[in-house]
Ligand binder design. Sequence first.
Ligand SMILES: NC(=O)C1=CN([C@@H]2O[C@H](COP(=O)(O)OP(=O)(O)OC[C@H]3O[C@@H](n4cnc5c(N)ncnc54)[C@H](OP(=O)(O)O)[C@@H]3O)[C@@H](O)[C@H]2O)C=CC1
Ligand SMILES: CC(=O)C(C)=O
Length: 323
Amino acid sequence: MAKTLKLLSGEVMPIVGLGTWKSKPGEVENAVKTAIDNNYKLIDCAYAYGNEEEVGRALKEKFQSGLKRQEVFITSKLWNTRHHKEDVIPSLKESLTNLNVDYLDLFLIHWPTAFKQGRENFPKDDEGNLIYDKVCHLETWKQMEECVKLGLTKSIGVSNFNSKQIQNILDNCSIKPANLQIEIHAYFGQKKLVDFCHKNGITVTAYSPLGSPDRPWAGTREEPILLKDPVIEKLGQKYSKTPGQILLKWLAQRNIAVIPKSVTPSRIQQNLNIFDFTISDEDVKIIDSIDKNYRYIAPVVEVNGKIEFRDGKAPDFPFYEEF
Ligand SMILES: NC(=O)C1=CN([C@@H]2O[C@H](COP(=O)(O)OP(=O)(O)OC[C@H]3O[C@@H](n4cnc5c(N)ncnc54)[C@H](OP(=O)(O)O)[C@@H]3O)[C@@H](O)[C@H]2O)C=CC1
Ligand SMILES: CC(=O)C(C)=O
C-alpha cells in the first residue's frame, strides 16, 4: 500500500500524519517531537487550534538537530474570520511565523462559512450568538492562489466544503484544490464525496478518523463510541492490531490520508504502525456495513424536540447537501 498521495500540484503528501486539535500547549510540543522521532512526515495544524507556536517550537528544535524542512509536510488552515481578500496572505504569514517555517506544504480554507472579520476567533453578539459574514469563496480562493504564486505554500485546498462548493471553485479557478479535509471514519464513510474528489483528482484527508473521543462536547448527549464498536474490536483481535489501527488502515486502504491526534507516545507510535498488514476485501465490506451516517464534528441542538445543526443557519453552511 502506498505511504503517500500524489497531489495535483505535483507535490507528495504522506498518508498518515499527526493531528493537533485539542493538544494542549504543554503537550503538543512533546507530541510533535515524539511523532517526528517516530518517523511521522505530516503534521496537521490550524491557526484556530491556538497551539501553532508550540508546534513551531518542536519543529525548530528538530530542524536544529538535523531535520530538513523538505522532510516534513506541514498543513495549516485559514480561519473563518480571515476570509476577506486582504486577510488571507497575512493570515498564512502569521501561521508561518508561529510554525517557524518559511512555507507551508498545504494551506486549507478551514470552513466554507465566514465569521465577522477581526481578531476574535469566535465573534459573538450581546446574546452570545456567533456573528457570521458572507464572503464569496472565489474572492478567498483567488488569494489562496496568490499564496502559491508567492511561494508561501506549495499546495492549497479546502476543508468542510461540500461537492457543490468545491465544484464552484473548480469551475472558476486557475489552481485547483489539491486536497479536501473532511470528517471520515467507519461511522461516516462519505463515499459519495470521496468519489467526487477522486474523480476530480482531489486527494482527501480524513479528520477525526478515530471518532474524536476527546471532542469538547463529548458526553453532552448519547453518542456511539467508534473505538468501542464490537466489529472493530473483533477485527483488531483477528489482525492482532488495536481498534485504532483497524480504523486508520480501513481509510488508508481507500487512499484517504489520516491525521489521528494523540499526545500519548505509545498511541503516536501505534497510529503510524499500519503498513504491515492488509484488511481483506471481505473485512473491508464488514467495516463498510457499520456506517451510521454519523457526524461527530457538527454540534447539534434540540429545537422543539427536533435535532438541528447548531450552526445550521450560517451562510454557506455545508452539511445540508447530500454530499
Ligand atoms: N478541518 C477540520 O475542520 C478538522 C480537522 N481536524 C484535524 O484532525 C485531527 C484528528 O481529529 P480529532 O478530532 O482530533 O480526533 P481523532 O479521531 O484523531 O481522536 C483523537 C482522540 O483519540 C485518542 N487516540 C489517539 N490515538 C488512539 C488510539 N490508537 N487508540 C485509542 N485512542 C486514541 C486521543 O487521545 P490522546 O491524545 O490522549 O492520546 C484523542 O482523545 C485533529 O486533531 C485536527 O488536526 C479535526 C476536526 C476538524
Ligand atoms: C477541529 C477543527 O478543525 C474544527 C472543529 O474546526
